[in-house]
Design a protein around this ligand. Sequence first.
Ligand SMILES: Nc1ncnc2c1ncn2[C@@H]1O[C@H](COP(=O)(O)OP(=O)(O)O)[C@@H](O)[C@H]1O
Ligand SMILES: [Mg+2]
Length: 316
Amino acid sequence: MTTPAIAANGLHKSYGDKTVLDGIDLTVPEGSVFALLGPNGAGKTTAVKILSTLITADAGELRVAGHDLAATPQAVRAAIGVTGQFSAVDGLITGEENMLLMADLNHLSKKEGRRVTAELLERFDLTEAAKKPASTYSGGMKRRLDIAMTLVGSPRIIFLDEPTTGLDPRSRHNMWQIIRELVTGGVTVFLTTQYLEEADQLADRIAVLNNGRIAAEGTAEQLKRLIPGGHIRLRFSDPHAYRNAAAALADAARDDEALALQLPSDGSQRELRSILDRLDSAGIEADELTVHTPDLDDVFFALTATVPAPSKESVR
Ligand SMILES: Nc1ncnc2c1ncn2[C@@H]1O[C@H](COP(=O)(O)OP(=O)(O)O)[C@@H](O)[C@H]1O
Ligand SMILES: [Mg+2]
């Protein structure tokens, strides 16, 4: 068994009499992407700040890169990189100067600092803009520079606090690609996001933070199976076959107009198999079989009890 990159047990944090984190447990295996998902004010940034040693927890057993956060925060600091929710980029100096400053802070030699800076600026497509003041950069460029600065110290664990909030779709996809490449390189990524799609796209595991607690944790697929709404839909082109099937599957919901039957299902392999067995033994051959699992939006709204956005039906 390898040591997890991040392990938190009973993490507590309050500001005055406001409890922000009310006993959080989480484990992030090395080399994986973990997404902490939650609405504004859920405590995501607070969790990132604690795990990256910027502020201290009130209670909890916390280990990052195998080091105890309370006992040896400087060992943790040496292993991690943090890209905050609000940019660390200094707009008054150039992108290159921002990078060299980071190299200095990371105690790289002048020569090594120049080498790493040139390499990272190239990798993040910032070479052309390197000599321009960072204040002239677009939102996407600033975010890329921010991450490049985080990578100067070659951290094994990276915290990204809402890395794509406010970015246009193209820059967002760009950032996703960057994050995937980091993981391919063996880096562990702890990211926070308000976007379900982002967690779905990137994360090996997702924790939903609500009211100071982890409301649910698992892979995107596991989370989707937590809530009802999944079903299997069988569609027929022959009305006769449809009627026979409807008679054989008395528990199925009927859509006579579309010649379709719906059976509730959690989308698991086991349940799918038992449904297929039933169809086989009743001699039913559907023209089309589709599995519908609820999407992450459904899960998120169910778990955080946020008033859901109007459904497509009611918008019309
Ligand atoms: N330094 C602070 N002092 C008092 N309250 C704070 C402080 N930082 C955060 N909070 C409160 O803690 C809650 C969680 O904040 P935050 O961690 O920033 O949430 P998120 O990043 O999920 O939007 C919010 O209600 C916020 O107002
Ligand atoms: Mg935040």
